[in-house]
Design a protein around this ligand. Sequence first.
Ligand code: ZN
Length: 137
Amino acid sequence: MTSGDCPLCALDAAEALWANDQCFVISAEIAGVGTICRVVWREHIREMSALDAAARGAFMDVVFGVEAVLRTLARPAKINLASLGNLVPHLHWHVIPRYLDDAHFPDAIWAPARREAPARSLKDAVLRAALEAGLGG
Ligand SMILES: [Zn+2]
């Protein structure tokens, strides 16, 4: 996969929930889990070790900032941070609020479901405002 056929390169950062010059934040609804955030590096880069230390630090500051926002907003039992990129090898972090009764807990959200889960969702407008407050506009 190159930047030409990459779904993350195709996203418009201007439509993200939050963005700076290096990365942006989007949300996704995961069945059985609820709303998660993804922090996406703007440039099509495959691995964290390809970034210099300053860029890595700046990226992770945003990831941890999103984690803090979701802790306050979603009151999860746990936050999972995941960087896989096996299907879309473009740097992005999943910031995933987890609940004792979500469909997969305590497994990863990509594992087979263990149970039915209550519906959970965060509205984009609420997330956007919380990200602006937490990360700066
Ligand atoms: Zn890409």
